[in-house]
Write a protein that binds this ligand. Structure first.
Ligand SMILES: *Cc1c(COP(=O)(O)O)cnc(C)c1O
Length: 236
């Protein structure tokens, strides 16, 4: 189905899910996850009104970024980022939603400082505690270290949390994990730590974004349902 039609359908589903939860539909942003898809597909989504895009590989995105001069777009890095690619990430992206170590935070901050940029970041939480997934474990020292270092990371704006829950066939299976992330966000917010904002809860993907919205998501990251199935032979 054409990308524009998919976007209209998903926006309707977001609207309904927000209403069901007694929330304002405008409180949920739709991020189009365009990894593995060509610049042409991104332009189509842009023409249909999308202004926030998620990409997960520096190398792939840097190859197509040159062909994409789209006014008003926010490019978010949502995949695991190695510290040695922090400089490149700061050049290419306005936000990193997958911050998962103090070391990476320090590298990003230094890179942002030298480019005189502010970088928006989310802390990625491995809410299911899965060994194969990146992300900070909830209540870990690693998470605490970043929270406490925030005042000296002056070029980072820490705005909230992001998660990819364990995959379950039934989207309802993700609900307890989404709820857990929201509770963790609330707990961090209640501490009123300096230089920490907790406005953003980035959770929910193609198959479970409606459940995520019911649990408080403020940003859903949708790839497949907008662009179609990814070529699995390509690296994600
Ligand atoms: C690929 C990806 C998505 C989008 O997944 P779909 O199931 O295609 O919607 C969302 N978040 C992250 C972190 C991803 O890597």
């Amino acid at each position: 189905m054409p990308i524009a039609q998919n976007i209209v359908r998903i926006q309707g589903q977001i609207h309904q899910a927000a209403r069901r939860a007694g929330r304002m539909p405008a409180s949920v942003a739709l991020m189009a996850v365009s990894k593995t898809f060509p610049a042409e597909a991104i332009r189509e989504a842009y023409a249909a009104g999308i202004r926030v895009f998620g990409e997960s590989r520096i190398q792939e995105f840097s190859g197509k970024a040159g062909a994409l001069d789209l006014p008003g777009v926010q490019w978010h890095m949502i995949g695991h980022l190695q510290s040695n690619k922090a400089g490149k990430a700061v050049e290419l992206f306005s936000a990193v939603d997958s911050l998962d170590s103090l070391r990476l935070a320090e590298r990003l901050n230094a890179a942002a400082q030298s480019l005189q940029k502010k970088l928006t970041v989310l802390l990625e939480i491995n809410v299911g505690g899965e060994a194969a997934k990146s992300g900070l474990s909830a209540e870990s020292q690693g998470l605490e270290d970043i929270l406490l270092a925030a005042p000296r990371l002056a070029n980072l704006e820490i705005c909230g949390l992001m998660t990819v829950p364990p995959y379950t066939e039934d989207p309802q299976g993700a609900r307890p994990y989404f709820r857990k992330l929201r509770e963790q966000r609330d707990a961090i917010a209640a501490r009123k730590l300096p230089a920490i904002r907790m406005d953003v809860l980035s959770m929910g993907m193609s198959h479970d974004f409606e459940v995520a919205i019911e649990e408080g998501s403020t940003c859903v990251r949708v790839g497949t349902a907008i662009f179609g199935a990814r070529d699995l032979t390509a690296k994600p």
